[in-house]
Structures are given as C-alpha cells and as structure tokens.
Design a binder for this molecule. Structure first.
Ligand code: DQA
Length: 147
C-alpha cells in the first residue's frame, strides 16, 4: 500500500520524555515518531509528523492533509477536551482518522473524560503508553486496506 499518513501531535507533547513520566512514560516524541515511521515505511506508507503547541497550526495541518494524506493519527493533547475548531477541521478530512492517547483519559480527572474529536474519528486508542501508537498504526492499516 502507499500514501502519506499525517501524525499530528498537540500541545505539550514536545515535552514527552521529561513531562510527568509516571503518566506518559520516558519515551520522547521523536522516538514515538521514529517507531511509527519505521513501521509505516516497512509496509509502504510515508509519514509526515507535525507537532505544535498552537491550535491554528494543527488546524492548518489538517487542511493540508486533505490534499496530501490518506490518513491522520492524532494525539491532540489537552485540545482533545476543548477544541471544537480542531474537531470541525478533522470532520472535513475524508480519509481514515485515529485518535490516540498514551494515558487513559477516562481514568483521570473529569475534564479529560470528554473528547470533542471522538465523534469525528474512526476510533480511539488510549491507555497503552508507547504501545498506543503501535496499536493505532495497526488499526489504521486495517481500515485503509479494508476500504
Ligand atoms: C494525552 C491525554 C490528554 O488528556 C493530555 O492533555 C495530554 C496527553 C495522552 O496522550 O495521554 O496532553 O493526550
């Protein structure tokens, strides 16, 4: 199979590795991206990785993906719980969309229990630490190849 996957990371995920490692682990974002890219390239996909602490940058990356990508894997960080604008942007993307979280937001503070984006993605994988990205990739390939 072929095509580009947008791997989108939201606010504070640039701090992975040192940010509350007891919750998010000690793996850096670059390491998550590399592992995801290696897996994707092994089966013919390319990966465009974008991280931003700014909501508008993430929205613009989704807009660009409408022309360039077959799928989006998104960890929107805390914007998961608040951003109707990012949700609206994702709704315009017609390819496969997977929401991913390292932690399990449903088992944490009440403000993390709502995901505005959950309703516009194919599915969500959360709570498996670094394995969440691997599982998200496997789910993504399954959906792309059964379409
Ligand atoms: C997160 C969970 C969010 O609630 C939090 O704001 C993050 C990381 C996760 O990967 O577990 O920044 O998306």
């Amino acid at each position: 199979m072929s095509g580009q996957i947008l791997l989108l990371s939201g606010p504070n995920l640039d701090l992975l590795g040192t940010r509350t490692p007891e919750i998010y682990g000690s793996t850096t974002l670059a390491e998550h991206v590399n592992a995801f890219r290696t897996r994707a390239e092994a089966v013919g996909y390319s990966v465009h990785a974008v991280q931003s602490n700014f909501e508008g940058d993430l929205i613009e990356a989704v807009h660009a993906a409408r022309e360039t990508s077959v799928a989006i894997v998104i960890n929107a960080g805390a914007l998961t719980h608040t951003s109707w604008a990012l949700t609206d942007a994702l709704a315009t993307f017609e390819g496969v969309k997977i929401e991913v979280h390292l932690s399990n937001p449903a088992a944490r503070e009440p403000f993390r229990h709502t995901s505005t984006i959950a309703g516009v993605v194919n599915g969500t994988i959360a709570g498996f630490g670094a394995l969440s990205y691997v599982l998200a990739f496997d789910a993504l390939v399954h959906l792309l190849e059964s379409n």
